[in-house]
Every structure is written in C-alpha cells, then in structure tokens.
Write a protein that binds this ligand. Structure first.
Ligand SMILES: [Fe+2]
Length: 297
C-alpha cells in the first residue's frame, strides 16, 4: 500500500510496538562474530520484553540511564561498581554456577567479587597475610589436589580477605598497607599450603555508591558472611575461584551476593591444647582447613 500523503512506500518500515524488536534484532544480523550477534539478539528480546511488561514512563527510563551512568562514574581502578551491581543481582553467582556445572567432586566455585583488583604479594608458606600486627592468629591450612586425589605440587593459591573489622586493604589505604590480607602462595610437593591471618568478619559491600543506595532503597541489607577468597590454578587443571565461609556467621543465610554453598562453610576452631599445635604456633589460636579439588582441564 502506498501512502501518498507522506511519500512512504512498501520498503519503508512502519515500526511500532509489534515490529520494533524484530527490526532491532535483524539490524545486528550482519555481525561477523556469530556469538556476539546471538548475545545481542537475546539481550534485545529480553530487554524489550521487560520494557513491554513494565511500560516505564520516560522519566522512569531516564532514571535507569542515570543509575547506570552513576554506576560507571563510581568505578575506577580500585572500585568496581558494575561488578557490585552484577553481584547483588545474582548474575555473577549465576555465571559461576553455569560455568561449573560438572563439578564431579571438584571444589565448588563462587564469585570473584569486586576486591580482586590488585596483585596479591607473593608469600612463602607459613607467612602471615596480616601486615598490621593483630594479636589473634588464625592458621589456614589446605591441600590442592586433582579429583582423582593426586596432590598438585606447584599450584598457585591466591588468597584475599577483609580484616577483622570487615575492610579490604584497598578500602583503607590510610590504615592498611597495600597487600594486607592478600597473599600468593605456591603449594609444596604434597600440594599443601598454610598461612597465618586474622579471622575475617562479615562486612557490608560498599554502600556509598548507587548499588548500595539500591539495596537500602529496597530494604535489603548489604552484608556478606565472613569469608576468605581463593583463586587456585594448577597445570593441566581448570582454575577455581572460591571462598571458605566461617561457620556460625549470622549472614550465611542471606549473603548479599548469593554465593554461599554449604560445601564451603568451615569451622574456624579454637586450638587451645599445646599438644595439638602445628607449625610452631603457640595456642590459643584459630584454625581452618580446606581441601581444594580441581578438575582436569
Ligand atoms: Fe570478599
């Protein structure tokens, strides 16, 4: 049908609610990267479906744009607000879950989180992550092995954690030395590692940005249960990004980033008897242990 009043003809699309989604998807069909074209098509379809369901006002959509803009502005070399956003929406955890479906006895993965943005300092086995000098000592021991039980010597164990007040070094550059609470260890001939640290406590994810405001506005608390992060790599094996969670923490049931797995909860027991002391430590001290099991690549 020819529209004589406007000059439009058959090739001029008449885009509206019913046709715009297909047109946008089609516009990306020429992308050389098929995976990219597929990802954009899926995102466009789901985003349009959300808009159709929500029917936002123009002011509401502008608020979305302003929120994302603020999220970008809040991000820099030591603060990753977009990772935080992905975390509180459960997307980071879902991506980890999808990519580690076939665990097959391997250690379960959890989110990387927003605080692994600096290089952990290489440390010797037995060293302390605590460069501030707390009195209370926590010994962490572990072994890295393959799913068939073979110990993995020379594996890289990257560790990072908040301190006993719930802060990472990058959050308190005036109080904590850079690298405090972090360490890069290499396992011994039996795949073992051990280090000293402080018992971490639960902490709020940063609430001074747009993601924190979103949580507060929606009545969600910002806390993560106490944990120590691990990123473990060994030749011929798939790396694993995981945590150990401190048993008994009040936020194990409501982690702000949806990453708790029962298999990763560990008791941080109190060692009081000198006969049970290890690595020359003098009781009382705390002790947690984890086996880190990797799948062959
Ligand atoms: Fe963390």
């Amino acid at each position: 049908m020819v529209n004589h009043s406007s000059g439009a003809d058959e090739v001029t699309p008449d885009l509206g609610e019913g046709t715009i989604t297909a047109a946008v998807v089609e516009s990306f069909a020429g992308a050389k990267d098929e995976r990219l074209a597929h990802c954009i098509a899926v995102l466009v379809r789901h985003l349009h479906a959300a808009v159709r369901e929500l029917e936002p006002t123009s002011a509401e959509w502008l608020a979305v744009v302003e929120f994302l803009t603020a999220t970008g502005h809040k991000s820099d070399d030591t603060r990753q607000e977009f990772v935080l956003l992905s975390d509180v929406l459960g997307v980071s955890a879902l991506v980890e879950n999808i990519n580690h479906r076939k665990a097959g006895g391997a250690t379960e993965a959890t989110v990387l989180g927003p605080f692994h943005m600096t290089q952990s300092p290489p440390r010797e086995l037995g060293d302390s992550l605590d460069e501030v000098g707390h009195d209370e000592v926590c010994l962490v021991t572990g072994q890295v092995r393959s799913v068939d039980g073979t110990p993995l010597a020379g594996a890289s164990v990257d560790v990072w954690q908040a301190d006993d007040a719930g802060f990472y070094d990058v959050q308190q550059p005036d109080i904590q030395p850079a690298g405090n609470g972090r360490g890069l260890f290499t396992t011994d001939a039996q795949g073992r590692f051990h280090f000293r640290t402080v018992v971490p406590v639960h902490y709020p994810i940063p609430t001074d940005g747009p993601v924190g405001a979103l949580l507060l506005d929606t009545g969600r608390h910002p806390y993560r249960p106490a944990h120590i992060h691990f990123l473990v790599e060994a030749d011929g094996h798939r790396p694993v990004t995981t945590h150990i969670f401190v048993s008994g923490d009040p936020y194990l049931g409501s982690d702000a980033v949806f990453s708790v797995k029962r298999s990763l909860v560990r008791e941080v027991r109190l060692v009081e008897d000198p006969r049970g002391a290890e690595y020359g430590l003098t009781p009382p001290y705390r002790h947690a242990h984890i086996e880190l099991v990797l799948e062959p690549a």
